[in-house]
Design a protein around this ligand. Sequence first.
Ligand code: FES
Length: 152
Amino acid sequence: EGRELRLTVNGEDRRLDVAPSTPLLYVLRNDLSLNGPKFGCGLGECGACMVLVDGRAARACVLPAAAVEGHQVTTLEGLADGDRLDPVQQAFIDEQGAQCGYCLNGMIMSVRALLNAKPAPSRDELVEALDHNLCRCGTHQEILAAACRAAG
Ligand code: FES
């Protein structure tokens, strides 16, 4: 039993028959097949699951799906404009800012969220925005280079 959940994801209205307390990450990956956001820690610590909620960064693993009803959810899949990648995505490609790539969803979404709030952030602000995104490969220098490129 339960009510239908109504979410707006990447501009599309979706109705889902899932428990309102289900973590948003599970709904995105399991019910909507949006695999950009990754499961890392499941505890809100690593940032792999990052999405945008009304343009701001949010950790989907610790966010009940019902909490985002009435808000715009954007996943990595929703960043590109048709065939044109978001400039943040392009910057990560240009700088080869990945090793295994598992953290990149979170890195890209965090940079996008910062740029949404502040179009020309300083390097320190970029570092701060990425401070709670973990990368086990240790490619932070390339990631920061990509973030700086995206910020112009
Ligand atoms: Fe959500 Fe790690 S999987 S913060």
